[in-house]
Design a protein around this ligand. Sequence first.
Ligand code: AMP
Ligand code: MG
Length: 347
Amino acid sequence: MKGLLGLAVLFCVLLCGCGAGTAAGQHGPRQYADTAMGTVVQQSVYCADGEEARRFFDSSMELLRGLERELLSWRMESSETYRVNALAGNEEGIGLSEEFADMLRRCLQLYEDSQGAFDVTIGRAVRLWDIDQWAAGEQEGEFRPPEPAAVRQALAASGSDKIRLWEGQQLRIFLPEGMELDLGAAGKGLALERLQELLDGTEGISGAVISLGGSVLTYGTKPDGSCWRVGIADPEDSASYVGVLELEGQWCVSTSGDYERYVEADGVRYHHILDPATGYPADSGVRGVTVLSKEGLIGDGLSTACFILGPEKGLALADRYGAEALFILENGEVIMSEGMRDYYREQ
Ligand code: AMP
Ligand code: MG
């Protein structure tokens, strides 16, 4: 819970405007915090009608829980990811819903563009490392890293290039025996896209900021015209931040950091972003990457890929997708794309 609280503290800071304060007679944001998809969800919406805001919070939480239950969870038997994984090795393949097919196509494209750094078929290795059981360093003393032979075996079962797809009326997928999909690196970004659609269809909400752990959606405007401020956590102390992004209108801000989820054993710290080339936590000299994009899933996937690729290849990849990226390196250096400078303010 320590990690979740850190994010909660950070989010509070974001709610202050960067321009004039709330003018007299203008309503402040209505706020709601809860948990879904294994993370803290913090919502702040500008809406004159309290009932309308409450209905939005109910719908948004149901949307997030529905996405997890029906699409993304590898644990819940009700989800499409679970169903696909359970049928790995089935020669006939398995028919996919439109929503799953669209998500998967974008993930496979990012696999190719990132030269394999972003790989949703890495599930076996993620299970082997037991990543979903870690919070931020809580299991100290209990954890043992997996044996190298087991890591090699898990890696041998992965690789998005081994997936076969049949395009027809309905997309069908074939997963080789032993392969497991894990949507942990893109699911929250997809959720931001769905939340944006929900906001589009909700009358009366003029602006909103919704944070799902490391992924944040900004939407619309504030009544006083000031911009949204999204903090970039300091990897050394994730409850404080190195800078803020000042944003207007709709954006998705996605961060991948080695401080978000990790475990320690015998003085060695292991984090949750695996390099598909080795099966071990990525060691690219990066501690955190923040990507600014219009498309949530792509931003989320890019931040994971950029963490593994490091600044040079990562900046080129982000540029290819028209996204901005900011890297915090192990030595504290901050490297960012040219376009990011328009939004970034150092603290
Ligand atoms: P994120 O925090 O968005 O960078 O995503 C990290 C999560 O994605 C991990 O907790 C794993 O579930 C999964 N994951 C780890 N390494 C990779 C990778 N190289 N490609 C895709 N997903 C990964
Ligand atoms: Mg990600």
